[in-house]
Structure formats: C-alpha cells, structure tokens
Design a protein. Structure first.
Length: 124
C-alpha cells in the first residue's frame, strides 16, 4: 500500500463522514419522527453502494485502489455501525422495544438486502 493510497483512503473517509453528517441533517429536517431514520437511510444506502462497488469490481475488474478508496474510505466513513448500535440501546432504554428491534434487526435485514441488490446491479 503506497502512501498516496493511504492518503486517498483517509480523504475519502473524511468525505464519507461529511456526507453522512449532511444526509442525516437533511433527513432530520425533512422528516420529523422520533426514530433514528437518518442512520437507517445512511446504512441502507451505504450497503447498497458497497454492494454496487463490489459487483462492479467482480464484473469489470475495478482496480484494488479504487475499491479501497470507495469501499474502505468513502463508504467506511459514510456508514456507521457504532451510531446504529448506540441508537438501538437508547431506544431500548426508553422502553421503545419495537423501535429498538426494528432499528437493530430491521436495519440489518434492510442493509443486507440493499447490499445484495447493489451486488446484483453492479454485475449486470
């Protein structure tokens, strides 16, 4: 791994984190719900995009450097397992068990389905 690739992954990770912050803020301003919808949207779209990148890599031989920058860097900064976990625990502490179950299990199932769809689309 070259120093330039490490720098590119780091910059892409920062851009992904900024994209997450912006999308979460936009989602919160447009949809007023007492549920962490922004995190769900981010993790599901990020899973789709990672599946897409992987599908493109498998079907078209996307170079390893691009996979690292897009998948590890940008999408690693964009998606957020830790925030989703924290929000699930917070919902359970508030005794909002259905919301906590959907946030934990539902988001996982949606993200897996989105990743599978992205993989399929990427291989077309």
């Amino acid at each position: 791994m070259t120093p330039l690739l490490v720098l590119a992954v780091a910059v892409a990770g920062g851009l992904g984190a900024v994209a997450r912050l912006v999308l979460d803020g936009v989602t919160r301003s447009l949809v007023r719900v007492n549920f962490p919808l922004g995190t769900t949207v981010i993790n599901v779209t990020g899973s789709f995009l990672l599946g897409l990148v992987t599908g493109l890599a498998l079907a078209n031989g996307l170079p390893a450097e691009w996979r690292a920058v897009l998948g590890t860097g940008f999408l690693g900064g964009y998606t957020t397992f830790s925030t989703a976990s924290f929000e699930t625990v917070r919902l359970a502490q508030q005794r909002r068990y259905r919301a906590a179950a959907f946030n934990g299990v539902g988001m996982l199932l949606l993200a897996l389905a989105a990743a599978g769809l992205g993989l399929w689309v990427g291989q077309l």
